[in-house]
Design a protein around this ligand. Structure first.
Ligand code: CU
Length: 596
């Protein structure tokens, strides 16, 4: 830790002139990005009015001179990735226009074999019909919301909007019992999720009301951390780094974890689109009034990068009071409000969110917002220590644009008993695994799997539509998810939250909920595979339907690490176990895809 702090400080204090090196971006760019070293801009807030949030978003892409492709959601006259702010019970009417261009997108597409058609003819007329998903297809996933998995709401299995289509309308109501906190929107086009998210297609969605957890009146700040391809891929590591690790490449072709916490990262990071590039990581700037308390809502919108967030003053990690994880206040269970009051670092997988209270540094002390290294395993990417932003105390600092209500009404008591107090009706085992397409060639393509124990590992087939798991609404289950690969994976399920009971055999029994969780990697030596045990909550009637669970490292998801669950209505007849994926593939090869 000491070495890391030293290096970060060297990085920061040793590179003050860096921001002059980057010219200001041209205002005519389609997906403009702030200059390196900028003050972290706040995304524009779009708030619901009279119970309705009506918003038109257009997804664009734009090829850069270096060959990379930026993606962005634009509102109105050029507002990029706005914050969508809603209240419980609000109606959201979001029109998504697809302005993606083939020529630009093809440069960054995952792989041509993912351009799969569910029918012979591309469906231009009905974006709900499960038509083609290509590099130029668009759709939205509202990550964390417990709205129905139906087209025009939160379906990603059949919804695919093409550039020729008229604007596609999403129309859904925020449930009255939706926990207040930080959700997000991003594309979920199978095979191309990584390309679009890495390019910048993502934004925050906030369900208001978190101030009811003792935060009345606090200024709040939304910080979206994204990853992107390295701006300086051929640069050697900074001379200020204490070690120069050997450069290695992992199975995905990214810079591999070298175990030191230093060296070339797999991806650069940005904070509200201000890039913080390798090798010197010139930090962005956050100005705060000295000692002022703020609520920070932080989203890891990275495609493949794990974060381990910390705030340092005078090189010392500060205590961060965690208020919410994955959009659920940590006090929801009523079990303990203070269990996360004194964390000095917060792990955040891709897709994860954390909301915590930060105190501005005292006058004269410049703080640092950093991500510490994450050990992703011998097969994982390199996620080294690096700065994200300096926190500069100034009495003149502008207040953040948004402030929590000063006189909130208390939240209603949850209608359902706390998940941790419910006995599971069923225990299932699933496992993550990876396979080289040619076992004799370590450089051959890798296929990624998430498999229900007993079924055959099969890459996700979007043409199938047949669920791997069937449950009934009202059920509560325990899922044990193993990792049989040598890299970290991040399990995510749509439509619901779960409770972490155990991780790597250690009792966690967390009295709070998540929707994305790290599953520790296998080091080749332990007698059993590492696993997490999760209590899965299928009690919400909103979630009846078919939806995916997958690894939230999007290159894994795009390359097969995804499965389907169907939640049947509570009054359905007894549930039969579905066929294994292997036999199912043969059975359905000549049949049209089934629909939910
Ligand atoms: Cu993964």
């Amino acid at each position: 830790m000491q070495k890391f702090v030293l290096a970060i400080c060297l990085l920061f204090f040793g590179a003050p002139a860096y921001r002059n090196l980057q010219a200001q971006e041209s205002p005519r760019e389609v997906c403009p990005r702030p200059a390196i070293g900028s003050v972290v801009p706040e995304p524009e807030d779009l708030r619901s009015k009279d119970g309705v949030l009506a918003v038109d978003l257009t997804e664009y892409n734009e090829k850069q001179k270096d060959g990379s492709v930026r993606y962005c959601y634009i509102y109105g006259n050029g507002v990029e990735s706005p914050n969508l702010r809603v209240k419980r019970g609000d109606l959201v009417i979001l029109k998504l226009r697809n302005n993606l261009s083939d020529a630009d997108a093809s440069a960054g597409a995952a792989s041509p074999n993912h351009s799969h058609a569910k029918s012979e003819v591309a469906s231009q007329s009905d974006p709900c019909a499960g038509g083609v998903m290509t590099a130029t297809s668009a759709n939205l996933h509202f990550h964390g919301l417990t709205i129905p998995p139906l087209c025009h709401q939160d379906d990603v299995l059949n919804t695919s909007v093409q550039p020729a289509d008229t604007p596609f309308e999403y129309r859904f109501r925020i449930p009255e019992n939706e926990p207040p906190g930080l959700y997000w929107y991003h594309p979920h086009i199978h095979g191309f999720s990584k390309t679009q998210v890495l390019g910048g297609a993502s934004g925050a969605l906030i369900v208001e009301g978190v101030e009811r957890a003792d935060l009345a009146g606090l200024p709040e700040r939304v910080l979206v951390i994204r990853d992107q391809d390295l701006l300086n891929p051929n640069s050697p590591p900074s001379k200020s780094e204490p070690v120069v690790p050997k450069m290695m490449i992992d199975r995905d072709g990214d810079s591999a974890n070298n175990g030191t916490g230093f060296g070339k990262p797999a991806k650069d990071l940005s904070i509200n689109f201000v890039p913080v590039p390798y090798p010197d990581y010139p930090p962005a700037v956050i100005k705060m009034k000295p000692g002022e308390r703020e609520l920070w809502r932080v989203l890891n919108a990275s495609a493949i990068t794990y974060l381990n967030l910390a705030v340092l003053f005078n090189r010392a990690p500060q205590k961060l009071k965690i208020v919410g994880l994955d959009a659920v206040p940590v006090s929801t269970s009523g079990v303990s409000k203070d269990i996360l009051a004194g964390q000095t670092h917060i792990g955040l997988p891709p897709g994860g969110r954390v909301e915590f209270v930060v105190e501005g540094p005292p006058a004269g002390v410049t703080g640092l917002f950093v991500t510490r290294t994450v050990d992703t395993g011998s097969g994982g990417e390199n996620d080294p220590n690096r700065a994200l932003a300096t926190i500069v105390p100034s009495p003149d600092a502008a207040e953040p644009r948004s402030q929590l209500a000063s006189a909130p009404e208390p939240l209603a008591t949850p209608a359902l008993p706390w998940l941790g107090s419910i006995a599971p009706t069923h225990v299932r085992r699933l496992y993550f695994s990876e396979k080289l397409s040619d076992p004799n060639d370590p450089n051959s393509a890798t296929t990624f799997f998430i498999t229900v124990d007993g079924q055959s590992p099969t890459a996700f087939d979007p043409a199938s539509g047949v669920p791997d798991i069937v449950v009934k609404q009202g059920d509560v289950e325990d899922w044990i998810i193993e990792n049989r690969s040598t890299e970290l994976h991040a399990f995510h399920i749509h439509q619901l939250h779960f409770m972490l009971l155990e991780s790597s055999g250690v009792i966690a029994n967390e009295p709070f909920l998540r929707d994305t969780i790290n599953v520790p990697y296998f080091n080749g030596r332990t007698l059993t595979y590492p696993s997490v045990r999760l209590r899965m909550d299928f009690r919400d009637p909103n979630i009846v339907g078919t939806f995916p669970y997958h690894c939230h490292l999007l290159e894994h998801e795009d390359n097969g690490m995804m499965g389907l669950i169907r939640v049947l209505p509570a009054d359905s007849p007894a549930v039969a176990d579905p066929l294994s994926r292997a036999s199912r593939t043969q059975d359905l090869s000549s049949k049209p895809s089934s629909k939910q």
